[in-house]
Design a protein. Structure first.
Length: 150
């Protein structure tokens, strides 16, 4: 039969747990602050910014990009270009994505884009996404779209 802890031992365990809770809350707060800082920056930029995984499925985007797609930014996760663009354009975007992550090189691409139902020319910078160690993640990419002309 297991020996029951003493009152002093229980009191010590409670104090350790309280310290751990305070530490975790501090970490949580720092993480939320960091997330807010980067989200604010992302939303203040005039460019349209997106992030896709290795299967060309959207992970996130800023509100400027979402607005063109007639959605809210939080609704993009799990969607593909086929849900927003004509088939030919979606296939072109996916081919570009695949090339970028395969070659692990950033490219500037002047291409067609649909904005407010109109076809416009934009300059898109697509880049493979790196993790915190500087390694290219499992085939992920991101991009920035800036309008060139109508």
């Amino acid at each position: 039969m297991a020996k029951k802890p003493t009152y002093e031992k229980l009191e010590q365990m409670v104090k350790e747990l309280e310290k751990e809770v305070v530490k975790r809350k501090g970490t949580e707060g720092a993480l939320q602050e960091s997330e807010h800082k980067y989200r604010t920056l992302l939303e203040c930029l005039p460019q349209k910014i997106f992030h896709k995984n290795g299967n060309s499925v959207y992970v996130s985007c800023n509100e400027n990009y979402a607005r063109d797609l007639k959605i809210k930014a939080e609704e993009i996760s799990g969607k593909t270009d086929y849900e927003f663009f004509p088939k030919g354009l979606a296939e072109k975007y996916r081919e570009d994505d695949k090339r970028i992550v395969t070659l692990k090189k950033t490219e500037e691409i002047e291409e067609k884009y649909i904005q407010e139902g109109q076809e416009v020319w934009v300059q898109t910078v697509k880049t493979p996404v790196k993790d915190e160690k500087g390694d290219h993640r499992a085939q992920a990419g991101g991009g920035v779209v800036a309008k060139v002309s109508q």
